[in-house]
Design a protein around this ligand. Structure first.
Ligand SMILES: Nc1ncnc2c1ncn2[C@@H]1O[C@H](COP(=O)(O)OP(=O)(O)OP(=O)(O)O)[C@@H](O)[C@H]1O
Length: 323
């Protein structure tokens, strides 16, 4: 492994070009190398660093601009859905202020992660998924009171000082909104793509537009949109009711030119299994709800294949301009 320092004025077109290469086209080439981008002398802009993580093939962000739409539930069940398609999967809880993964993956009362001889944390594992979360490191009732830069460095540690081993996909459960943690992930981590989760009502969909535009701005490919709590199937008469509106996310995806990955109904057992750390995709794998998540995971795999094939095509000759 070698370390390469590329220095270029922050606002130069080449800087944008290199950033674009890192974000959209050259991950395979860089996967064994460390690349750092720094602002050139005489410019006051902060450095931008985007370093690949050895052993991890794809990193996807599961995001929602609005809180409480079921993003963590989707992240957990998508991770398990990907794993059910024979991929090796990790799950990183990026919500350092309100971690959900310890509860949802039934790792809440587990002892803290051990470290290996390289001082890397060994991720906790359940249902075949390697997990890391700030919730594993702090006591549940201790408040986490940090300023913005501390969030960034905590995240870097969770991500890079963890012994992930070989992973086909690392699923990152982002906090809601477009704050510090998300910016850190987009600017410093070579994300393969983002999955956006929304409910179908107008107030959530307005936030989807903001979220999609943010990922476009930081040039993170959008794998697609998941509509959560799409409808309720009455267990007595079997009638479907679109509690939050009908096909709102599907239409928004179409309007914004992004893929629609699938929908998930609002269902008592999704809530109960999720909140008790027994995710439906693993505890009731043959249920229709588990099928929803597995189908969404299959769509995500398709999108990852498209992105990775595009990258490999462009990747025959590494194309870096250094000024
Ligand atoms: N399809 C669903 N059917 C029923 N309940 C659901 C569904 N999806 C999520 N829930 C429940 O809704 C609640 C919120 O879900 P979750 O914590 O995943 O949302 P979030 O968007 O990650 O929230 P946050 O704003 O904390 O990031 C949880 O109790 C979860 O079990």
């Amino acid at each position: 492994m070698f370390k390469k320092l590329i220095t270029t004025p922050f606002f130069s077109p080449n800087k944008q070009f290199i950033t674009f290469q890192l974000e959209s086209g050259k991950r395979n080439y860089f996967s064994n190398n460390k690349i750092q981008l720094h602002g050139g002398s005489g410019h006051r802009q902060p450095q931008v660093t985007k370093v690949a993580i050895e052993g991890i093939k794809n990193i996807i962000a599961v995001s929602s601009a609005k809180g409480g739409v079921g993003k963590s539930t989707c992240a957990v069940n998508i991770a398990l859905g990907l794993s059910s398609h024979n991929l090796s999967v990790g799950l990183l809880d990026v919500d350092v202020f309100g971690p959900s993964i310890p509860l949802m993956m039934d790792l809440k009362n587990h002892e803290k992660p051990f470290t290996n001889e390289l001082n890397q944390m060994i991720p906790l594992q359940n249902y075949g998924i390697k997990c890391m979360s700030m919730g594993f490191l702090v006591n549940e009732d201790d408040p986490i009171i940090w300023r913005g830069p501390m969030v960034g460095s905590a995240l870097e540690k969770l991500l890079r000082q963890t012994d992930w081993g070989h992973l086909d996909v690392l699923v990152c459960d982002l906090p809601p909104g477009t704050g510090d943690a998300i910016l850190t992930m987009c600017q410093r981590v070579p994300l393969t793509g983002a999955v956006i989760v929304s409910t179908p009502q107008d107030v959530a969909l307005a936030d989807v537009v903001r979220g999609v535009n943010m990922f476009k701005k930081v040039e993170v490919p959008i794998l697609g949109l998941v509509e959560n709590m799409s409808y309720f199937n009455c267990p007595h008469c079997n009638e479907s009711t679109h509690i939050f509106g009908n096909e709102g996310a599907k239409n928004t995806a179409k309007k914004m030119g992004i893929n629609f990955l699938g929908d998930v109904p609002i269902h008592l057992q999704i809530r109960e299994t999720s909140d008790s750390g027994k995710p439906i995709t693993v505890t009731q794998p043959d249920s229709p709800q588990a099928k929803n998540y597995k189908d969404i995971s299959k769509e995500i795999i398709k999108q990852l294949e498209i992105i990775n094939n595009d990258e490999n095509k462009d990747n025959k000759e590494p194309n870096i301009i250094i000024t």
